[in-house]
Design a protein around this ligand. Sequence first.
Ligand code: PMP
Length: 362
Amino acid sequence: SGSEAAPAVPVRMRPEILALPAYRQGQAAPTGFKLSSNENPYDPLPGVLEAVDRATRQLHRYPNAAAPEITARLAEEWGVEPDEVIVAAGSVALLMQFTMAAAGHGDEVVFSWRAFEVYPWMTVLPGATAVPVPNTPDHRHDLDAMAAAITDRTRLVLVCSPNNPTSSAVTAVEFEAFMAQVPSDLLVILDEAYAEFVTDPAAVNGRALVHRYPNLVVLRTFSKAYGLAGLRIGYGIGPAAVLAPARTTIVPLSLTDHAQVAALASLDRGDELRERVANIAVRRDAVYEALLEQGWSGIPKPNGNFVWFPVGEQTPEALEVFRRHGIIARGYLPDGVRLTIGEEESVQNVLAAADEIARILR
Ligand code: PMP
């Protein structure tokens, strides 16, 4: 726990790593609903378990690290060449690979804050400096301030839309205006882990940006909409020459065959996938409307599969109310609570808890 002194490390290691807390995972729920990790409540799509089972018979072999089939399939889906696709063990692996490839000691990485908590953490690993730019008061990226934070030491800018944990989306107009201010030799990553859940027609969509910029990589994942969080597979789309250095910084052989075949089988089930995603988006919008009726204000309109409660210092109290209602949410002191939209049966507990929290705050 945080109050215990860390044991002295008996060998010499990098002080910035020793000072870094380990990545903190969303809590599990021994009982009740686990709505703390933006996971998908559905079982794997039809065909996925069978494909994984077949791959399991080859467990004594190393995976095919080149991932030719899933790469070709994604290239076809996105209308790009295979060398404009990079696949890895989750989009978090890709974030680390690109950071490692782009930013070293003395370099800077610009991102909005609060955003995905891995951003500052992965920036420290290669010895670079995090430059967090505060979100606007309505919990959105401040892209003008982010552009203004760019210096000649900046090697990477991270834009997260929908933003984890606030669920707000960057608009296409905002994003394009931002890209116009960014030097064309500075890598920009558009992290769209939750893109499939977006319903705002004005929101940026990486698909519309393919081949538009020499310095843009769009990241997607199979963990959220596709429900394959446990298998670890994500991908990036961008210019071949920009992806190449990030292929060098991969943990060799970390992308399993199981993940590759599961992703392929999921892509074969596009209609069911879209139906599931639409169900979650409808449930999310119903929760958001109900929260407004309860008198909540300041909740950004959600575009991911999650809702942000900006309860500030009252985060621990809000988490406790959710817990009493059988809901494990995720707290981000001192800013608020993020709640995943999960099973239909969880909704009434979520709303009962939210109503109680709104009363505490009043
Ligand atoms: N980007 C964002 C914004 C996320 O929220 C997450 C998951 N929490 C990821 C990337 C990483 O997802 P994965 O590694 O499972 O693909």
